[in-house]
Design a protein around this ligand. Structure first.
Ligand code: GTP
Length: 232
């Protein structure tokens, strides 16, 4: 099976109108930075490439430093541009990569379901991220290589439990090889970031309204004072 499924996951119950747009789509309303992190070889590059370009490479070529991709989609009435940083999992690049944490709106922490060590290291990645990223950063946990069911070392429930215990925003198993959930990760990312934007926009509007009201009250008070001054 080679699938690029449409978004249909348990992360949110709201209905969104989603439309995929070409990589070179010329304009956008909102732009967000996403970072893929996790041990070397778990499939970060393959997963991003599968999600964005629908390609999969069997042979392993370690990422040097990081690679950059963009993904455009429309969520309801907004064109969203995701700037995706696919980072290298090798220890020697860790300090370089942590520079990218600060500007990221969402981190996708990846392990491979057939690699126990990569799951054990999730905690280290999470600690690094939390110590350096923006406190509002959204975090997804992704168990990749879900096609390797026979070699599975991490039960799905363990990933789900980890997500709950650590209050992460989403857990999903994916396969860059079959395409299972590959694009859904990005769709879910765009949906949650769009929701954050709506909340931010609503708070800002309330703040502006409050400021406006206060200003109005001050003006009324001033007017009353002036009236008092002239007639009494
Ligand atoms: P670094 O760049 O070193 O951090 O590695 P990475 O996490 O980017 O891993 P990469 O995407 O390069 O994949 C490593 C190997 O795993 C490659 O040989 C891929 O073909 C293979 N691989 C990646 N994703 C999957 C998957 O979903 N299923 C299977 N069976 N193999 C995969």
């Amino acid at each position: 099976m080679d699938s690029q499924e449409n978004s249909n996951t348990s992360s949110s119950t709201e209905e969104y109108k989603i439309e995929m747009l070409p990589e070179d789509y010329p304009q956008y309303d909102l732009s967000f930075k996403l970072i893929f992190i996790g041990d070397s070889g778990v499939g970060k590059s393959c997963l991003t490439t599968k999600a964005v370009k629908n390609n999969f490479e069997e042979y392993y070529q370690a990422t040097v430093g990081f690679e950059f991709l963009t993904f455009n989609m429309k969520v309801n009435d907004k064109v969203i541009k995701l700037q995706i940083w696919d980072t290298c999992g090798q220890e020697i690049y860790k300090s370089l990569i942590s520079n990218f944490y600060r500007n990221s709106s969402l981190a996708i922490l990846t392990y491979a379901i057939d690699n126990k060590e990569s799951f054990n290291h999730v905690e280290n990645w999470l600690n690094d991220l939390k110590s350096q990223a923006n406190p509002d950063v959204r975090i997804f946990l992704v168990g990749n290589k879900a096609d390797l069911e026979e070699d599975r070392k991490i039960p799905k429930e363990e990933g789900e439990k980890y997500k709950e215990d650590q209050h992460l925003d989403l857990f999903m198993e994916t396969s860059a090889k079959t395409g299972h959930n590959a694009r859904n990760v990005l769709v879910e990312a765009a949906k949650i970031l769009y929701k954050d934007y709506l909340k931010f926009d609503e708070n800002k509007q309330n703040e502006d309204n409050n400021k406006g009201q206060k200003k109005g009250q001050t003006l009324i008070k001033k007017e009353k004072k002036e009236k008092k001054g002239c007639c009494q």
